[in-house]
Design a protein around this ligand. Structure first.
Ligand code: SF4
Ligand code: SF4
Length: 362
């Protein structure tokens, strides 16, 4: 036999900052929210699984009796690029890929239980299965939902990543914890794209965190609001009074944009293979770096953007055209006109034409 306190104590020893338990019954609130957001077109397309799979673990995995939810803290860095042409990555993406890191800790916890409970069966999810990590964390008492749609934990605010162990073990559920944003609306005010369309409601398609991870093009009308974000966006988390105690200077989260735009796959793998950036892949991060250079508006960025205009990926060429137009000036005009002469891809030609039309003069 094993007690909940033994499990909790072991998991805290692994560095997890909050552990809670819940039953495998339906997540009724989530089901209603997902249907509503689907109807409004607010889902990003990153959500895994059908609504039933996401909300009814006990029906989809008929052996599951309980869920152990866990939070692991990450460092939060001040949004700021420092000196030079730098982009920023979310604190959750600094260092080893959290999917792997937290997944390994949950696996160790599951093995700890396995050694004590005969017939123990489990499955681990860290943003990898259909279950909504935040909803599980809320019902397990790991934290409460803030208006920014993040889970706020009592001691680490919302600077945490979440995961869970689904198990056949019967464990007494923890009660959800009470929390309230009151009159505060700092997260909503700080969101540059208006993705927080109302308290507790996120239009994921406008969320920079999602946009920096999706493949393909970023809508033109949102690019200038992305600032220098290369992966993720912590603005609504940084703004939250529950997190401000943990802000650190941007050092480890700042990345050299010129180096990134000219980086080959070998160097990218050497630097980022085991990180969340490596999981997302070089071309997506390079596209974001190109947008960041456009947003910085420094003429010195044109040298690497000239290279990006010749990149094999049409998406990168198209976003480079946008960035060159945003920087503006005579050299930018010449670069765009020259590219238009040789460009054969229709999408890129449209981007170049739009960039020329909106180009800032000296
Ligand atoms: S992560 Fe960024 S874009 Fe998304 S809701 Fe928060 S502040 Fe807005
Ligand atoms: S910033 Fe304010 S409103 Fe937003 S989640 Fe934090 S406490 Fe709630």
């Amino acid at each position: 036999m094993i007690t909940r306190e033994q499990i909790r104590e072991y998991m805290y020893g692994l560095g997890l900052c909050r552990v809670g338990f819940t039953h495998a019954g339906p997540f009724g609130r989530l089901e209603r929210v997902l249907e509503e957001r689907h109807a409004l077109g607010y889902l990003s397309g990153f959500e895994k699984g059908a609504v039933k799979e996401r909300c009814r673990p006990g029906e989809c995995f008929d052996w599951v009796r309980s869920i152990i939810s866990a939070a692991y803290p990450y460092r939060l860095y001040r949004d700021g690029q420092g000196s030079g042409l730098k982009g920023t990555i979310s604190g959750s993406a600094v260092g080893e890929d959290y999917h792997r890191l937290l997944g390994e800790k949950l696996r160790q916890a599951a093995e700890f239980i396995s050694r004590r409970v005969e017939g123990f069966r489990y499955e681990i999810m860290v943003d990898t299965g259909p279950l909504a990590d935040r909803e599980v964390a809320c019902r397990s008492g790991v934290g409460w939902f803030g208006k920014n749609c993040s889970i706020i934990t009592p001691s680490f605010g919302s600077a945490v990543v979440l995961g869970e162990i689904l198990t056949n073990l019967e464990l007494e559920p923890d009660p959800p914890i009470e929390g309230d944003c009151g009159e505060c609306a700092r997260c909503i005010e700080s969101c540059p794209t208006g993705a927080l369309v109302a308290p507790y409601t996120l239009d994921a398609r406008r969320c920079i965190s999602y946009l920096t991870q999706k493949r393909g093009g970023i809508p033109r009308e949102i690019r200038d609001k992305m600032g220098v974000s290369l992966y993720g966006c912590d603005r609504c988390i940084e703004a939250c009074p529950h997190n401000r105690h943990g802000l650190e200077d941007s050092g480890p989260a700042a990345v050299d944009l010129e180096r990134l735009v000219t980086m080959d796959k070998k160097e990218f793998d050497r630097l980022y293979k085991n990180s969340a950036l490596g999981w997302r892949g070089l071309n997506v991060i390079k596209r974001n770096a190109v947008v960041a250079l456009g947003n910085l508006g420094a003429r010195s960025g044109l040298d690497v953007l000239e290279e990006a205009l010749k990149h094999p990926s049409a998406v990168i060429r198209g976003h480079a055209a946008w960035a060159v137009g945003r920087i503006g000036g005579q050299r930018a005009r010449e670069m765009l006109e020259k590219s238009l002469d040789s460009e054969r891809d229709q999408y890129v030609r449209e981007e170049i034409t739009a960039a020329l039309a909106g180009l800032k003069q000296d």
